[in-house]
Design a binder for this molecule. Sequence first.
Ligand code: SF4
Length: 72
Amino acid sequence: MADCECLPGCPFFNDKMANMPAMASTYKSKYCQGDFANCARYMVFKALGKPSVPMDLYPNQKDTASRIIKGG
Ligand code: SF4
């Protein structure tokens, strides 16, 4: 499993988000160190660039990511 390219500076991976979910460590293994292509933060980063990734977007919020990418 590959690590996400955003991992060193990612606020989620580095526990810098205001409310870290109880599932944080599970998400880190699932997304950050594996299936990062399906991480909501990564999806927005890839589509629109780092400045467009909301501070409070969690990896499992794919629906929100899709909405942001579509411009909603
Ligand atoms: S997978 Fe998502 S949450 Fe994890 S380091 Fe990459 S962008 Fe951040």
